[in-house]
Design a protein around this ligand. Structure first.
Ligand code: GA4
Length: 315
């Protein structure tokens, strides 16, 4: 008798089922015209209600985002060994495929995780045009205009912790049974202050509304999508809330999804505690104080879907 057939790769990846999103109108996703007067208030509103918004009229030239997309696609089209040789295996920075973090999380994707401000991954060893496009994107528009936080994250002279993640989700040839998609990137919140995402025209990103419904975000290569991270939730004592999000992989026959995300984190020594400017008189912090370095270390001990802030909540 012949041995049983080897399990298909889906069976070897236990956390791959991504339930269908709810049928929610796109209008549930705030859209902010960054060039309009009153943009700041609209941004704050969106961050309070959903923790996520689409930014239009952001001023980043399409030539830059298009070039970044083309060069990223060319990179992912290289043989696996070349990608590893150029970038090193993700630990956590570098090139990774299917595994996320070091605690067993997996997804149907490959990615490049780069540090913007340190040289832990030699950004210069990447194809020069990809590097130029990354730098262009960062320089042109990823500092969302928020005076206070800007000083903490973007372009901070001493040691801010900024990452750039390039995610490539090829179409998945396999389909799980039932009304499920295949998980590209499992649900999580971002630990940083703020994240800014740009994708190609392939769908997949979903966000979780406060009422628990999952909304698919229509892809729009001309928009940037901004989400509140855990650290901003703490800095505002819960007024702004980090948004849970996930990505479902494209189905067989669809185009690959390509997204580039900038994560704005402060210097490791930065104290993360409610800003006095946002607190009412006598208001107590909901969180015990920590530094960004401490939170990042703690995050790397968790699984993707864990409620990471839980360990820092007071009573
Ligand atoms: C989620 C947001 C960013 O992609 C990231 C991720 C990081 C990683 O992939 O190395 C983490 C994840 C993210 C949160 C929990 C930990 C750390 C994988 C993981 C299981 C780069 C980040 O900063 O946190």
């Amino acid at each position: 008798s012949s041995p049983p057939p080897p399990p298909c790769s889906m069976d070897q990846i236990p956390l791959m089922r991504c339930p269908k999103a709810n049928n929610v109108d796109q209008a549930a996703i705030p859209c902010v015209d960054l060039s309009a007067p009153g943009a700041a208030a609209a941004v704050a509103d969106a961050c309070r209600s959903v923790g996520f918004f689409r930014a239009i009229n952001h001023g980043v030239p399409a030539a830059i985002t298009d070039a970044l997309e083309a060069h990223a696609m060319a990179f992912f089209a290289l043989p696996a060994q070349d990608k590893l040789d150029m970038s090193g295996a993700a630990r956590p920075l570098g090139y990774g495929s299917k595994t996320i973090g070091s605690n067993g999380d997996v997804g149907w994707l490959e990615y490049l995780l780069l540090s913007v401000s340190s040289n832990s991954v030699k950004i210069s060893s990447l194809p020069p045009s990809l590097r130029a496009a990354c730098e262009g994107l960062i320089a042109e528009g990823l500092g969302v205009d928020r005076g206070l936080l800007r000083g903490m994250v973007v372009g901070r002279e001493e040691g801010s912790d900024e990452l750039l993640r390039v995610n490539h989700y090829p179409p998945c040839p396999l389909r799980p049974p039932g009304e499920c998609g295949v998980t590209g990137f499992g649900e999580h919140t971002d630990p940083q202050i703020i994240s800014v995402l740009r994708s190609n025209c392939t769908a997949g990103l979903q966000i979780k509304l406060r009422d628990g419904r999952w909304v698919p975000v229509s892809p729009d290569p001309e928009s940037f999508f901004v989400n509140v991270g855990d650290s901003l939730q703490v800095l505002t004592n819960g007024r702004l809330r980090s948004v849970k999000h996930r990505v479902v992989a494209p189905e067989a026959g669809a185009h690959s999804r390509l997204s580039v995300i900038y994560f704005g984190g402060p210097a490791p020594s930065q104290r993360i505690a409610p800003l006095p400017e946002v607190m009412r008189e006598g208001e107590q912090s909901l969180y015990r104080e920590f530094t960004w370095g401490e939170y990042k270390r703690a995050a790397y001990k968790t699984r993707l879907a864990d409620h990471r802030l839980g360990a820092f909540e007071l009573r």
